[in-house]
Design a protein around this ligand. Structure first.
Ligand code: S3P
Length: 435
């Protein structure tokens, strides 16, 4: 059902909000718990469609995962490094690229077993060769449509060899898939990235007991030496900074706004959004900084104020890759012309986010010039309400809701339910903070 937005004209945003658990850490806690020995207890796991896809795949391979419900801890009974049962049917990864890519790494080395993975219309269009190619260097056998690039993918489990791999793109999904395959390969494996991507896998695999070394300029080289079994852990998942980003920008651009977002993960490989907002002159305070289960966490307070345009380049992209759609909204409001370059990765996310934001935000009056690896966005643009569509992309849905907040007149958002992929309570939180 389409959703009416922007009908509460003049209403500001005030109050406190707890965003749901970090999506990256949620997937990893399920996957690493599954291949550990013993019990993993997860607090704050994101109860959204993407982690549910991961849990369903694991259950289909004989892993016991307790029901995933908001506010309830999740218990995973690990089956050990090589304990996955051959599933009787196709593993459905839904909309989740992280599920498919990390599982490729986990399944490639399950010798003698056969696995088939598929996903929804969006996931079946996303490139998987970026994982399949390095895994084949280790001896993996993965087949799929389009020369093995597109799901459905068939994996015929093999014994793998350790290798040194230079990845052409900075992608935590690619890096993590290789590290997971490395856990049971013969000999050590090193992954070298062009720029460091998010490092949750490294932190968590170490905590689970893996032999993992990080080095190189800017922590771009990670080496796994197999031989260690993983032990079940207590994981506490912090709030997702990529979900907090919607409130940070909604608060920064809505007159009179004053929002506090509690318990947000502040891992430095994810905080590019805070650096950009600071450079824009946004009024953001980091409060109550602490360490929770190996990840830095804090509360973020944002109040409305003027903003300057931003410049974002390839070096910074991995630290805010999921926040570009909502930053495009902030850019419309800022003074000056904002520019994103080196962001060709956005074209292979849940949708082509450069094209979709240019089209949908454009329908609300945004002046965006899209080019192959980025876009420019003209500031001081008064957005107007319009008929827009998430095009099934969760982050597009929520970014358009933030735009509707400062647009004149009502907006109708088609396919708002996409938000449930990473933030099922987003619409309830929006209504409450507007009240
Ligand atoms: C993720 C990594 C990012 C991000 C995605 C989650 C992860 O993708 O866009 O939402 O959990 O590893 P890439 O690192 O592949 O760009």
């Amino acid at each position: 059902m389409p959703l009416a937005l922007g009908t509460t004209a003049g209403r500001s945003l005030k109050g406190r909000v707890q965003v749901p658990g970090d999506k990256s850490i949620s997937h990893r806690s399920l996957l690493f718990g599954a291949i550990a020995d013993g019990i993993t207890r997860i607090e704050g796991l994101l109860p959204a469609e993407d982690p549910l896809s991961t849990a369903a795949c694991l259950r289909a391979m004989g892993v016991s995962v307790s029901p995933i419900e908001a506010g309830q801890p999740v218990i995973v009974e690990g089956v050990g490094l090589d304990g996955f049962r051959e599933p009787e049917s196709v593993l459905d990864c839904g909309n989740s690229g992280t599920t498919m890519r990390l599982m490729l790494g986990l399944l490639a080395g399950r010798a003698g077993r056969h696995f088939v993975m598929t996903g929804d219309d969006s996931l079946r269009r996303r490139p998987m060769k970026r994982v399949g190619a390095p895994l084949s260097e280790m001896g993996a056998r993965i087949a799929g449509r389009s020369g093995g690039n597109l799901a459905p993918l068939a994996i015929s489990g093999q014994e793998l060899q350790g290798v040194t791999i230079r990845t052409p793109v900075a992608s935590a999904q690619v890096k993590s898939a290789i590290l997971l395959a490395a856990l049971t390969a013969n000999g050590s494996t090193t992954v070298i990235e062009p720029v460091q991507s998010r490092d949750h896998s490294e932190r968590m695999l170490r905590a689970f007991g893996a032999d993992l070394q990080v080095g190189g300029a800017g922590n771009t080289e990670v080496t796994v030496t197999p031989g260690q079994r993983l032990r079940g852990q207590e994981v506490i998942v912090p709030g997702d900074i990529s979900s907090a980003a919607f409130w940070l920008i909604a608060g920064a651009i809505t007159p009179g706004a004053d929002l506090t977002i509690e318990n947000v993960g502040l891992n430095p490989s994810r905080t590019g959004i805070l650096d950009v907002l600071e450079a824009m002159g946004a009024r953001i305070e980091v409060l109550n900084q602490r360490d929770v289960a190996g990840e830095p966490v804090g509360d973020l307070r944002v109040t409305h104020g003027p903003l300057q345009a931003f410049e974002i380049n390839a070096e910074l992209i991995p630290r805010l890759v999921d926040e570009i759609p909502v930053l495009a909204v902030a850019a419309c409001y800022a003074s000056g012309v904002s520019r994103v370059t080196g962001a060709e990765e956005l074209r292979v996310k849940e949708t082509d986010r450069l094209a979709v934001m240019a089209r949908q935000l454009g329908a609300m009056g945004a002046r965006i010039d899209e080019f192959s690896d980025g876009m420019t966005i003209q500031g001081e643009t008064q957005l107007h309400g319009a008929e827009v569509d998430s095009e099934t992309d969760h982050r597009v849905a929520m970014s358009l809701a933030v735009a509707a907040q400062i647009a004149t007149g009502p907006t109708t958002l088609h396919r708002p339910e996409a938000a449930a992929v990473s933030y099922p309570s987003f619409w309830d939180d929006l209504e409450r903070l507007q009240a």
